[in-house]
Write a new protein. Structure first.
Length: 64
């Protein structure tokens, strides 16, 4: 038979693991938000980069 104290110990361990998983999930969510911000930044600068690239193709490489 399992004692109450060993059940309590198991519940504590499971709670700690659950807390750790929750923390990791939160960190992954934060990483996802940072990635979305980077993608937004790339979307904003891409037209300029394409324009700049076209300027380099149309003229000497000294300008670039």
């Amino acid at each position: 038979m399992i004692s109450n104290s060993s059940l309590t110990d198991e519940m504590i361990v499971l709670r700690e693991k659950l807390d750790m998983l929750e923390k990791e999930r939160f960190e992954m969510h934060e990483i996802g938000e940072v990635i979305e911000e980077i993608i937004d930044d790339i979307d904003c600068i891409m037209p300029f980069l394409l324009w700049y690239e076209s300027q380099c193709k149309d003229s000497s490489l000294d300008k670039c």
